[in-house]
Ligand binder design. Structure first.
Ligand code: G3P
Ligand code: CA
Length: 246
């Protein structure tokens, strides 16, 4: 089973922050990191999960109603009096570039299923190629047409289609969305594993992100493998790879 850090190490550190990614790159044996991107009002790519800033910052409103300069003023409470800022994609690439050139993978989820974000695909592909890290990037989205666009822009791109059920992921892949991997919810494995043989299936979990308390539950990854899952996005990969609970 390949283990990825979901929004960085997002159980013990604020999701999608430089600190969460710094922790992730330090984990020996981690296959990759997952993150989410949105566009600001002035067209800059920022690493942020929600369309609105309300849940994780001290601001309110849509990400795309803020310029980058305005967005950078918002504060993310990182505990013990520490403040984090919303990182740009470039800042995260600065942090991860060496690791990405040394075997680590990065799943960039385009959060464009609610806000369509005109031009997002061109911008992120251009940024990736300028750094020469294209072989280490997996693009994903719940928006199949966006993935189709990525495939048309970059015939070599690695692409995962997101959906709740693995059967819906497969349906969209066969329908020509351009994906070469399936990214279902881990409880959406509604197919016979035999029919998934040879297909990359990266499953995502949910909930219990920072600052909520860890559940203390350790998943049986062997059982997930039996269902046809090849990779998992975990909020606390350090627990699985380093045996740490704090
Ligand atoms: O990319 C897998 C997973 O991150 C999708 O759900 O809401 O955590 O972005 P979400
Ligand atoms: Ca995501």
């Amino acid at each position: 089973m390949k283990i990825w850090a979901h929004r960085g190490c997002s159980q013990h550190y604020p999701e999608n922050t430089l600190t969460a990614f710094e922790k992730a790159v330090s984990i020996h044996g981690l296959s990759g990191i997952e993150l989410d991107i949105q566009l600001t009002k002035d067209g800059e790519i920022v690493v942020f999960h929600d369309e609105k800033v309300n849940r994780t910052t001290n601001g309110i409103g849509y990400v795309n109603s803020y310029s980058l300069q305005e967005l950078k003023k918002l504060q993310i409470d990182a505990g013990s009096g520490r403040i984090e800022r919303i990182p740009t994609m470039e800042e995260v690439f600065d942090l991860l570039e060496n690791s990405l050139k040394n075997g680590l993978l990065l799943n960039i989820e385009l959060k464009n299923n609610l806000c369509l974000y005109e031009g997002m695909e061109e911008k992120i592909i251009d940024m990736v190629y300028r750094r020469d890290i294209q072989d280490s990037i997996v693009y994903s989205s719940f928006y199949a047409r966006s993935l189709e666009k990525i495939r048309n822009l970059d015939s070599c791109a690695r692409i995962g289609i997101l959906d709740e059920k693995v059967s819906d992921c497969l349906y969209k892949m066969k329908g020509g969305c351009g994906a070469d991997a399936l990214h279902p919810y881990w409880k959406g494995m509604d197919m016979n594993p035999q029919d998934l043989q040879g297909i990359v299936v990266r499953a995502w979990l949910g909930g219990h992100l920072y600052p909520n308390k860890p559940t203390g539950t350790i998943l049986d990854l062997g059982k997930l493998e039996e269902k046809g899952i090849t990779d998992v996005f975990l909020n606390e990969p350090e627990v699985y790879l380093e045996g740490k609970t704090e």
